[in-house]
Write a new protein. Structure first.
Length: 400
């Protein structure tokens, strides 16, 4: 049934892309503030997928595609990880024929389809006045498209990679860094017991922040990142030196999933791609580990150094949010409502230089956010570089 507007209007929320700790606190913050300000709140299920699947018929059962949010619902989930609204990597502007909802397949039957006009009609059917998508640059890039089509969008950045342009901080990043540090320290006991090199593959398709911050915090001796193609012999030499200097005879390197050897290519799990054209990364840690074992002999008197190889992957994505990913989503949710109450839209809520703010939503698609190698990465030592921390933001190299 189409929604009946109450009081000030209706706000829609969705979460897209990979899940991170902090999404449920964000949904909670938006909902509680919105309800108290006189809005009704609709949670759209499974990212952009839910709104594409709406059947515009008052008699149709659309309960699998959206839900009315209440304080009771969001309070129950608000302290937990993941997203109770679920998520997907759906891209309505580029939808393969097989992915088009069944009730639209007669109308959209090209190999690739743009069903944006159906999305807009479905938002109107639900009576949604403002839409708050929470996601990374892929999810939010479609939010930019809807904004230019006339939808009132206020966007919220989240991604473990922390690579959404325009903001120093994305929901999920702190928990990712916290988990990476904790798990690296846990695995040190094994590396030390066996006098090995510990290779840990971490998130970071195009940006190396998730490898840089834990390394800066002392979790690893070295890190290799997507922004700089590294020489495997150089890495082997440095790790052998680090191991020799360590009384427990081990060393640690963090490897971003998008890291590249000089002359090499990205390593993919398979050829399958998501709706945004991204193949699933994974395997660079395996390749680095295999090469290190062979090449360490050159720097260790002809004797190979054994390697422990671990992909952290979903282990840093799961579980409850840490303190920062409980506080920032609360603030972001209230920032979004501040804008809506002023009738402002087409904005991205952000943290810049330690202060909450908002930016034009077009910033999401206008640039890329990556590690500034010249400023923050020592290419000779393969680790973070810094001179002074004075006036730097909380996470040092994440400000543009």
């Amino acid at each position: 049934m189409a929604m009946i507007k109450k009081k000030k209007g209706i706000i829609g929320i969705l979460t897209g892309g990979g899940d991170v700790p902090g999404l449920n606190p964000a949904i909670r913050a938006i909902t509680i503030r919105a309800l108290r300000e006189g809005y009704q709140v609709i949670g759209l299920r499974r990212g952009w997928a839910g709104i594409t699947e709406i059947i515009r018929d008052k008699k149709a059962d659309n309960s699998e595609h959206f839900m009315i949010l209440t304080e009771e619902i969001v309070n129950r989930a608000g302290r937990t990880g993941g997203t109770f609204l679920h998520t997907s990597r759906t891209r309505p502007s580029h939808m393969a024929k097989a992915d088009v909802p069944k009730h639209l397949q007669d109308k959209y039957n090209d190999d690739m389809n743009d069903i944006t006009r159906e999305v807009i009609k479905n938002l109107d059917f639900l009576g949604i006045d403002y839409l708050i998508p929470i996601g990374g640059d892929d999810t939010l890039s479609y939010g930019v498209r809807l904004y230019h089509e006339g939808v009132k969008v206020v966007a919220m950045p989240k991604t473990m990679d922390n690579d959404v342009p325009g903001t120093d901080y994305c929901i999920g990043f702190s928990t990712c860094v916290t988990r990476t540090i904790m798990m690296t320290h846990n695995l040190r006991t094994i590396a030390g017991s066996h006098e090995r090199i510990l290779v840990l593959e971490v998130f970071g398709r195009y940006a190396g922040f998730t490898a840089m911050l834990p390394t800066m915090a002392g979790a690893a001796n070295r890190c290799v990142i997507p922004e700089y193609k590294f020489e495997i012999d150089k890495l082997a030499e440095l790790l052998v030196q680090d191991r020799y200097k360590n009384p427990s005879k081990y060393s640690v390197v963090l490897v971003s999933e998008g890291a590249l050897f000089k002359g090499g290519e990205m390593v993919f799990q398979d050829s399958e791609k998501d709706a945004y054209g991204h193949a699933k990364l994974g395997g660079i840690g395996d390749l680095v580990s295999a090469e290190l074992k062979i090449r360490t002999a050159k720097f260790n008197h002809g004797k190979e150094v054994n390697v422990i190889n671990q992909k952290l992957g979903y282990l840093v994505r799961g579980g409850d949010p840490d303190a920062i990913d409980s506080i920032v989503p609360m603030a972001y949710g209230n920032l979004a409502l501040d804008l809506i109450l002023k009738g402002i839209h087409g904005r991205l809520v952000v943290l810049k230089n330690g202060r909450y703010d908002d930016m034009p939503i077009d910033v999401v698609t206008s640039t890329k956010k990556v590690v500034d190698v010249k400023k923050h990465y020592n290419t000779d030592r393969l680790r973070p570089f810094y001179k002074s921390f004075e006036t730097k933001p909380l996470f040092i190299m994440t400000s543009e």
